[in-house]
Design a protein around this ligand. Structure first.
Ligand SMILES: *Cc1c(COP(=O)(O)O)cnc(C)c1O
Length: 426
């Protein structure tokens, strides 16, 4: 395999003689064919090709191919958002009457998708701690469980998942492990190497990296043997009447069945496609991802060290900080560092945090994370505003918690801004 740095720059698209060096933006909703027979073959999934951008577009596929190569998978697709990616990844194999085991420390939007919206669709979720022991994960599994889900480095708690352990239990029960790898990115962790079967991304975060486009991706490892557990996955292992009775797992094999089904059924019916223009922006982000991630981590470490030693900071959570609860797991799964997000508690609780936030000059208050510009959020006053202090603590978010996303500025300038803002809390 090529080095990940090279794949970031050149993966997914190899121009032939005289073709554009940069990936072309195929700004077309439709594609022309000489005969109806030619087109018919595409509709029957007998030939591969493009006919309508709601399902597939060449620009998207170049970028999906690059991400697939970066993650070490066999097939991939882009979606219009990270939300769509996680919805498709689960809904492609779980339906009404099924059950999924998920880490409880996941992105709030995903938690809502699972616990409210997908629950209404008849899919039951059991949420367990990312720190669960083998026995605790085991105890959550049911006969109708169809997948296990978690985040490599959780947003916003920064818990690092023991991917190998979760994969082991999932596989013992004949179901795939789905990992949302948004925060670590394939530059810092490749979950497939640790046993994950399906990897998802919100490309909106570090992969885009400049705060310009919302997007998502799903990558299949090609390792999960659907046919060996055919009774659990009828959608992949029995004929699909809407495509003249093809069976995805036999026609496309382990390597292609999952993504083909998600494209042919879910993209066709839900239409959560990435626009080719935005796929192009995401590719620009990917070209420098390996350079940027190193700097996000460097800034995260410098800032975390500064905060840890500051008298007006009660606590700091950053997995790459020695002594952090997740330090050992971070070293194992992300030896080059996790990400640039640091959370910490300002002395004086909710009031202290409010005063601190108000005083920041360089670091902006935003709900976003993971882009070039540093930004900061006080969840108790923003995303989790409706909760009481007691409810916040139960959700693992204390009233004093500040989430800081270290961008690509000079660490010295970030520290100077944090320092002057903390001084106002005294
Ligand atoms: C932001 C985020 C999502 C949702 O992605 P969108 O692109 O905003 O839809 C999913 N998972 C994680 C870990 C995220 O940080």
């Amino acid at each position: 395999m090529k080095n990940i740095d090279t794949i970031c720059v050149q993966g997914g698209y190899t121009p032939k003689n005289g073709e554009p060096r940069q990936i072309p933006i195929v700004q077309s909703t439709t594609f022309k064919y000489d005969t109806s027979e030619d087109m018919g073959k595409l509709f029957d999934l007998e030939a591969s090709g493009y006919f309508y951008t709601r399902l597939q577009n060449p620009t998207n596929d170049y970028v999906a191919a690059k991400l697939t190569e970066m993650e070490g998978g066999t097939a991939g697709m882009l979606t219009s958002s990270g939300q769509a990616a996680n919805f498709f990844a689960v809904f492609n194999i779980a339906t009404s009457g099924d059950h999924v085991v998920s880490s409880a420390n996941i992105y709030g939007g995903t938690f809502n998708l699972f616990s409210v919206t997908m629950k209404k669709m008849g899919i039951d979720f059991t949420f367990i701690s990312p720190d669960s022991t083998e026995e605790e994960i085991e105890a959550a599994m049911r006969p109708n469980t169809k997948a296990v889900f978690g985040e490599t480095v959780a947003n916003p708690s920064l818990a690092v998942l023991d991917i190998e352990l979760f994969a082991k239990v999932a596989h013992r029960h004949g179901v795939p492990l789905i990992i949302d790898n948004t925060f670590a990115t394939p530059v810092n962790c490749r979950p497939i190497e640790w046993g994950a079967d399906i990897v998802t991304h919100s490309t909106t975060k570090y992969i885009d990296g400049h705060g310009v486009s919302v997007g998502g991706a799903i990558i299949d490892s090609g390792k999960f043997d659907w046919m060996a557990h055919a009774d659990k996955f009828p959608g992949l292992c029995t004929p699909d009447d809407s495509y003249h009775g093809i069976t995805y797992a036999t026609k496309f094999g382990k390597e292609g069945a999952f993504i083909t089904k998600a494209t042919a059924q879910l993209m066709r019916d839900f239409g959560a496609i990435q626009s080719p223009q935005h796929a192009f922006y995401i590719n620009l982000g990917l070209e420098s991802l390996h350079v940027r991630m190193a700097r996000h981590v460097e800034n995260g470490k410098r800032v975390a060290e500064f905060l840890k030693n500051h008298p007006l900071v009660d606590w700091v959570t950053y997995p790459d900080l020695e002594g952090d609860k997740y330090y050992d797991l971070a070293k194992k799964y992300c030896p080059n560092g996790t990400c640039g997000v640091v959370s910490f508690g300002v002395k004086g609780g909710r009031k202290g945090a409010e005063q601190f936030m108000k005083s920041l000059r360089l670091i902006a208050i935003e709900t976003h994370v993971a882009d070039a510009r540093s930004c900061c959020l006080h969840p108790a006053n923003a995303t989790h505003r409706q909760m009481t202090d007691d409810e916040l603590v139960a959700a693992g978010i204390t009233p004093d918690l500040v989430r800081l996303s270290c961008g690509l500025e000079s660490a010295d300038d970030l520290i100077a801004d944090l320092s002057q803002a903390l001084d106002t809390v005294r």
